[in-house]
Each structure stands twice: as C-alpha cells, then as structure tokens.
Ligand binder design. Structure first.
Ligand code: ADP
Ligand code: ASP
Ligand code: MG
Length: 413
C-alpha cells in the first residue's frame, strides 16, 4: 500500500464534469489499495474573478481580507470532489488549510509554510477515506487564514508529500509535463522526461509556471520526486528529481519567458558610495522585489541605474523612486511596463562557453534589441520589448535545436 499525494490544477477542476473525472481517476488509484490525499486548486478563472471583485470594492484591499476572499475558491472544489467521490461509493472528507492544520507565517498573500500537522489526515486515511485538501492556503499563529501566493497549490501538494512521507507526489495539469518551452506558444516544444531540481528551479523562477518555484524548492529540500503529468491522458509526464538521477545533461534544457516585470531607470545618479542603498532600501522596505539591476557609469561622477520589479509593483515603485531621485539629486526617472524577460536554462552551461553569445546572435538576427542581460552559471536572461516575446522564444528554441529528441551535451558543442 502506497500513500500518494495528487494535485489537480484549476483547468483540471474547471467544471462539474471535470471534477467527476478527477473523482474517477482518484478512486481508480484508491481501489489499487493506495491511500489518497488530493490537493485541489480553485476552478480555473475563479481566483482572478475573486481578485476582480476585491478591486471593485476597495482601491488597495488589505492583504488579510484578500486571503479571506481568495481562499474561498479552493473550498468549493474540495467539497465538490469529496461529494463526487462519495457519490461513487467511496468515503471521503474535505479539509481546509486551517483544519489540517497547515501552519504558515503571517505574510498575507505570500505566506510561507512553517509546518503541517499530519495527525488528522492520517486518521482519515487509516479509516479508508480519500482526503481532499484545499491548496494555496494555511493558517497563521493567530488563527488568520493565509494564502501562499498565486500558483501556491503546487507548494501545498509538495509540502504535504514531505510531511506525510508520501511515496509519490503527482502534479496533474493541462499539459503532459514540463516542456522545453511553453507548448502553448511554441508548437515545437518537446516534453522533457526528467529534469533536476536546480534546472526546474531556474525554469520556474524565470516564468515556466507549470510548477510553482516554492514547490520545487521544497521538493529539493525534502528530496520529494515530483511527477508532472496531464489530467486528461495517461501518458507518463516529467519527473523532477535529484541531479545524480538524471541520465544525461543537455546544454540548454529550456527556454522561458516572463511578461510580469517592468523596468525603471534613474538617470544621472551621483556616483558615490551609498546611493545604491539609498535607492533600494525604501524599495525593499515596501516589500517590493527587485530582479535585475544594471548600473552604467556615464562619466566619473554620474551613473544610470536600471532595475526591474514585478509589474503589479510598478506604480508603487515609481512613486518611491521618484521621491528618492529628488532626495539624492539624481536626474529623471523613466519606466517601461511593456518588457519581457526571455531566458535560456541548462546545467550544461556550467562547463561551456559561447552560449550567451549564441543567444545574443539569434536575437540580433531577428532584429530584437536587448535592454538588459543577466547570467548565472545555468541561465542567461535578456530583457526585450514585450511584443517580440513569442518570436524570441521560437527563434531560440530552433537555434538550440530543442525540438530534437535526446540532444546530449557532446553533440551540441
Ligand atoms: P495548473 O492550473 O494546473 O496549476 P498552470 O496554468 O499553473 O496549471 O500551469 C500549466 C501551464 O504552464 C501550461 O498550460 C503552459 O501554458 C504553461 N507553461 C509555461 N512554461 C511551460 C513549460 N516549460 N512546460 C509546460 N508548461 C509550461
Ligand atoms: N487558485 C490559486 C491561483 O489561481 C492557487 C493555484 O491555483 O495554485 O493562483
Ligand atoms: Mg499552477
């Protein structure tokens, strides 16, 4: 008998029929003698709809009340799935995050899981029930409902798999696994059979939303092998595992894009020690995350500073930066919300040169201007005009021959 955690995303539970199909799938596994914990997202579009309702009634809704609201989407699906399971003659129980309990810190709308009490779940499993659990939510030390941030149900599933020492953690979604790039914008995208945690962390952090980054981080920490697969077929998906379990390394494993960032430039910043911290401290105090930073010296005394923030933090960041620019005697502040970050990722890059220059060459051949560049040992990211995103992704996918099966390192060098 195995203990299996399965997570179904929004599109997988987007209608009553789909919830019934999930019930059939889960029951089939249960009938094999396995204990089943099922984590669900809200129905597709529901969390966006709730966000819209909040914005309609308050300009900047408090994050505590946002969590109270957003957590309701998952309550609907877990209750409906438990009902569908019972309708099919198998016992089930639906549990919210605070009933489990999934303890988090108090950072509303982006809370972090601190620990999970597995007692109640085990009790229900041992009495033969299928347990359906609301993804994306938890409870803080004061009993407040929290949410983990968009896409957070993946994190709930992996955290539960770790806490329950599950034999498998399966993430069911609307594509057949992790692809070389988003299959919805590049028809040549190819499913990756196995990928290591570090590569998946980079892909997730750079925009491949098929798996939430915190879920990958937890999977790596607790060594939970994760199987990302389709809700609608039985095909084997992608295994996210330890690097030493991977049979071969590819030079470039994947291409990602992210249209959620915005760029801010402060011109003519006095070039003296301390100005960077004067700029970035108030931004971090406002809990605004900064991604890329570039500083260009104009002459001996002045420098231009450019950085990116999440697009929904753009207006707040512009307000803060405009004020600071005046305080420190800098020039004007400009911004651009229509940018995209396109990245290539692969552990094979660690030992190979020339990958970044190939990327720059391909983008220039397509007439795409790079505004910013950043690199790590396993990725290269470029900021470009948002309107060229799809073109850039497809051109890079072709250039690195990612559509070809099993392209090991040696053959690409
Ligand atoms: P769910 O609702 O099941 O959590 P998501 O919408 O969060 O699903 O994630 C699945 C989507 O991720 C796919 O429909 C696809 O468009 C997108 N995606 C982006 N990059 C990739 C990638 N490299 N591989 C697979 N899917 C990707
Ligand atoms: N329902 C939440 C969202 O749409 C959480 C999730 O789906 O993972 O972001
Ligand atoms: Mg998701």
């Amino acid at each position: 008998m195995a203990l299996i955690v399965q997570k179904f995303g929004g599109t997988s539970v987007g209608s009553v029929e789909k919830i019934q199909a999930v019930a059939d799938r889960v029951i089939a596994e249960h009938k094999k003698g396995n204990q089943m914990v099922v984590v669900l997202s809200a129905m597709s579009g529901e969390t966006d709809k709730l966000t819209g309702l909040a914005q309609a009634v308050q300009n900047r809704p408090s994050s505590r009340e946002m969590d109270m609201l957003l957590s309701t989407g998952e309550q609907v699906t877990i209750a409906l799935l438990a009902m569908a399971v019972k309708e099919r003659g198998v016992d089930a129980v639906a549990l919210l995050g605070d009933q489990v309990s999934i303890h988090t810190d108090s950072t509303h709308t982006k809370a972090r899981i601190k620990n999970i009490d597995s007692h109640l779940i085990n009790e229900h499993l041992n009495s033969g029930k299928i347990v359906t659990i609301a993804g994306f939510q938890g409870v803080d030390d004061h009993g407040n409902i929290t949410t983990l941030g968009r896409g957070g149900s993946d994190t709930t599933a992996v955290a539960l798999a770790a806490a329950l020492e599950a034999d498998a953690c399966e993430i069911f979604t609307d594509v057949e696994g992790v692809y070389t790039t988003d299959p919805n914008i590049c028809t040549k995208a190819r499913k990756i059979n196995q990928i290591c945690y570090d590569e998946m962390l980079e892909l997730a952090s750079l925009g491949a939303k098929v798996l939430d980054i915190r879920a990958v981080g937890l999977a790596k920490k607790y060594k939970v092998p994760v199987h990302v697969r389709s809700t609608f077929t039985d095909t084997i998906g992608t295994w996210v595992v330890d690097e030493d379990k991977i049979m071969e390394s590819l030079l470039v494993s994947g291409i990602t894009y992210n249209k959620n960032e915005a760029r801010i430039t402060i011109k003519k910043v006095p070039d003296r020690p301390g100005t960077a911290s004067q700029v970035f401290l108030p931004i971090s105090d406002a809990e605004i995350l900064v991604d890329m930073i570039i500083q260009n010296t104009r002459d001996g005394h002045l420098t231009d500073m450019t950085f990116t923030v999440m697009r929904n933090d753009y207006e707040r960041a512009m307000e803060i930066v405009t004020e600071i620019a005046q305080d420190i005697g800098a020039g004007c502040v400009t911004g651009d919300q229509h940018i995209a970050k396109v990245s290539i990722v692969g552990v094979g890059m660690r030992n190979h040169s020339g990958i970044a220059s190939t990327m720059f060459h391909i983008l220039s051949k397509e007439g795409i201007n790079m505004m910013m560049v950043s690199t790590s040992e396993i990725k290269v990211s470029c900021i470009i005009d948002e309107k060229y995103t799809e073109l850039a992704v497809r051109a890079l996918h072709d250039a690195f021959a990612l559509d070809k099966d099993n392209m090991p390192l040696e053959e690409t060098n």
